[in-house]
Ligand binder design. Sequence first.
Ligand code: NAP
Length: 280
Amino acid sequence: MILIDGKKIAADLREDLKKEVSELKSKHNKVPGLTVILIGEDAPSQIYVRNKERSAKEVGLKSEVIKYPDTVEEKTVLKKIEELNNDESVSGILVQLPLPKHINKQKVIEAILPSKDVDGFHPMNVGNLSSGYESSIPCTPLGCYLLIKKIEPNLSGKKAVVVGRSNLNGKPMTQLLLKENCTVTITHSKTKDLKGECLKGDIIVAAVGMPELVKGDWVKKDAIVIDVGINKTEKGIVGDVAFDEVSKVAKAITPVPGGVGPMTIACLLKNTIECFKRSN
Ligand code: NAP
């Protein structure tokens, strides 16, 4: 069984990105810039944003965090986004979710120029991804995709099962696997026989948010299993996959933590650099 070391693969990716940023700096005499907008005091968001800022600086990006209290008016945020859209030194804009209830998430996402949308959430990028055109790709599924490709470079004809259909994870993951010529089944809370569907997968990506939902006897021998879930339980942080059982059956599996998580931030940096390259 291969334990897919997301920490190491993400560190290698960041090293490659650092070299790329240095080359871009020599060529263009400027570096890609990432601006994150953080609203309110949500503790996990504060940690994510701090990690994003630190990682961005480590690879040599220009990094900026704009903080607002959770009482900020929607129009103030929209005005700031417009300013950043027009700022040439900003390659990528990310508004950390979740937002306070009085701020319309969709309005905020759509205010970001698609060419600066490093999260890949703008409908233009969602449409481009599903049409197979160039687009920003949501960071977590992009990270999962890179991990799968490390284990199996040729995915053509493989049967992939995606558990969860969120806009953040399941849907873009499905598009990425389709693009690789997988036959993809996307499952969700109303799927009738989830175990039966999972058993057909050469690849399983679980993005649900239910501790250890995918059991050992749900997984085909030698499947590749990617666990996106982050669930706080009494025994600590666990994924959506029952790791101890599934690791006995799978060919390769991501641990939680240390699998998909580290790839998400590395892919955000990658997306920022891609936005910079497309606009220069
Ligand atoms: P979400 O928006 O809550 O979506 C969950 C999906 O799972 C929904 O499509 C839901 O189906 C489906 N689902 C719920 N119960 C199910 C069941 N019993 N059987 C099959 N499907 C079921 O969650 P998300 O934002 O995609 O996040 C999923 C997990 O990934 C969470 O644990 C989150 O913390 C984690 N996450 C990790 C990272 C990372 O960097 N590693 C990044 C983002 C999220 P319906 O559509 O029918 O409701």
